[in-house]
Write a protein that binds this ligand. Structure first.
Ligand code: G3P
Length: 254
């Protein structure tokens, strides 16, 4: 068993999953999560927030989108992406805004040149799938965005997307379970030799994070406010205040 486990650890995720499923019949995802660490990305185009999240020491990457860029008034997109890559030194998603194959490919090649950390974010539409396939063949990393169904996620993975971004909050907004979609994608990808990482997007609150981690999602991208909420707890604040007050009393009594 020990030799088998060492072999699995040395394998890429899909292979050890496939091996474990076939030879020891383990179907519980928590077994596989033992081999990997969940990645935290920040979902923002605000440089101050990116720097602050990075300074925490737990940030692995950044996702941006045209709406987030518009909110921050980003005028030079390429310079902005370059700055973010310099700070984070990890995957930074830069989204294309064309919707035709040629236009998306031109944008993808342009932004991919900015830094080795750039991941080209491509919408989950027919032309986008073709773009992902070509970029995958060229060795350019992609994040397939605007995913709302398991079938979309399956097609994106077949095309070779490095990340799939299912939008959980937007599904919740229309009375559909966003987290159920994550579970479905995690299960489907776990059945096959698919390298695509499940990147939970449109996270709105800390419970999305708890569930994403329980389901074994590879990555969660969240607004700065959610990162702060992951850390804070009222009982921690009350407890700390009491510890410090008692320590102060002790000092005064000495
Ligand atoms: O970056 C894509 C996604 O995270 C957007 O989130 O809150 O606009 O649905 P939201």
């Amino acid at each position: 068993m020990q030799v088998f486990l060492s072999f699995l650890i040395g394998c890429k995720k899909p292979y050890y999953k496939a091996c474990a499923r076939n030879y020891v019949f383990i179907t519980d995802n928590s077994f596989y999560n033992f081999f990997e660490n969940m990645k935290f990305f920040i979902d923002t185009a605000n440089i101050k927030e990116i720097q602050e999240a990075y300074d925490l020491g737990v940030l692995d990457g950044v996702t941006t989108n045209p709406s987030l860029c518009a909110k921050e008034g980003i005028s030079d997109f390429d310079a902005f992406i370059g700055e973010v890559c310099d700070i984070v030194q990890g995957p930074v998603s830069a989204e294309v805004v064309s919707v035709d194959y040629k236009g998306m490919m031109e944008e993808a090649h342009r932004v991919a040149k900015i830094s080795e950390h750039v991941v080209v974010k491509v919408p989950l539409i027919k032309e986008g799938i073709k773009v992902i396939k070509t970029l995958s063949d060229e060795g350019i990393k992609t994040n397939c965005t605007l995913c709302f169904s398991p079938n979309q996620a399956l097609v994106a993975a077949k095309a070779g997307a490095n990340y799939i971004s299912p939008f959980v909050g937007r599904l919740d907004d229309i009375s559909t379970s966003g987290m159920q979609l994550i579970q479905e994608i995690v299960d489907i990808y776990g059945n096959y030799d698919l390298d695509t990482e499940v990147l939970v997007a449109s996270i709105r609150h800390p419970m999305h994070m708890v569930e994403a981690a329980q389901m074994g999602a590879d990555v969660a991208t969240m607004p700065f406010g959610v990162i702060e909420k992951l850390i804070s707890h009222p009982l921690t604040d009350i407890g700390l205040e009491k510890f410090l007050a008692d320590w102060d009393k002790l000092q005064k009594s000495l």
